[in-house]
Ligand binder design. Structure first.
Ligand SMILES: C[S@@+](CC[C@H](N)C(=O)[O-])C[C@H]1O[C@@H](n2cnc3c(N)ncnc32)[C@H](O)[C@@H]1O
Length: 256
């Protein structure tokens, strides 16, 4: 994981949306009354930076040195190299914690969330993407997509893209689950291509590499198409630290 994100660090911000004002406002509202906030998997500081700018004392921890170096370039001060499976903090060290776009990359999410519950006094928060079916809008230039050998690939079952978040919500129902975003964003084709190419460095995730290549070729062949549209739906989830710390209690044997 460290190496994967090390290799992505240079491209990460250029191929991701910045944190939106809506996301920051929603987090800030739920963090009201807190001072110290742990950001696990802080990455380049996409969320830690704006939260520290509005007064929270954010400590960012990440397993990737190069992602942390990018965060440091943004003048974030409290940064440390560390593994979410073995957090180097005493019990109840932070008023609150955030873990954003990290749950899907950790295999044993229950260990991570239980330990987050341990090191936090109050609430643990995440922004959860609500999976949307991919759509290709009909284009006057190319007409409707014709089903063929390039479509209909099954999603890889071993990949846990959304599964960890769904399991977490089912096993520990959040104290609050608030829809904070539902919008369709338009991305220039050049940016979509750049982002897909950068993510190829991440290895085979949800889409087999050969299918990704075909997708790239298909987009390139869409002469005249300037942009692609994507619906983004997000929920802010807030858990009680004590509920997370009790995560293993009562869970079925072998789960998590
Ligand atoms: C998709 S990025 C999200 C970064 C940031 N939270 C954001 O939303 O921009 C996932 C981050 O989690 C980090 N990460 C993955 N596994 C980790 C672990 N076991 N402990 C700490 N950080 C981890 C990666 O290095 C990477 O920076």
């Amino acid at each position: 994981m460290e190496a994967e994100y090390d290799s992505m660090a240079d491209e990460y911000d250029a191929t991701r949306e910045s944190a939106t004002q809506t996301e920051i406002d929603a987090l800030a509202k739920s963090l009201e009354g807190c001072r110290t906030v742990l950001d696990v998997g802080v990455g380049t500081g996409r969320f830690a930076k704006p939260l520290s700018e509005i007064g929270f004392e954010v400590t960012g921890m990440d397993v990737s040195r190069r992602m942390l170096a990018k965060a440091r370039e943004k003048r974030l001060e409290r940064l440390l190299l560390g593994d979410a499976y073995k957090m180097p903090f005493r019990d109840k060290s932070f008023d609150a914690a955030i873990i954003i776009h990290v749950l899907h990359v950790v295999v044993d999410w229950s260990t991570v969330m239980r330990d987050l519950g341990r090191v936090t006094r109050g609430h643990v928060m995440s922004i959860l993407r609500v999976p949307q079916r991919a759509t290709t809008p009909p284009s006057p230039a190319i007409g409707n997509p014709v089903p063929g050998p390039r479509t209909g690939y099954p999603v890889r079952t071993q990949h846990r893209m959304w599964q960890n978040e769904l399991e977490l919500k089912a096993r520990v129902p959040p104290l609050k689950l608030e829809r904070i975003r539902d919008e369709t964003i338009t991305i220039p084709v050049a940016d979509a291509l750049r982002s897909m190419q950068a993510k190829r460095a991440m290895g085979a995730q949800i889409i087999p590499p050969e299918v990704k290549q075909q997708m790239l070729e298909r987009i390139i062949s869409m002469a005249g198409v300037q942009s692609v549209q994507r619906r983004v739906v997000e929920d802010l989830a807030v858990w009680g630290a004590d509920d997370l710390q009790a995560l293993d209690l009562g869970s079925p044997p072998g789960s998590g």
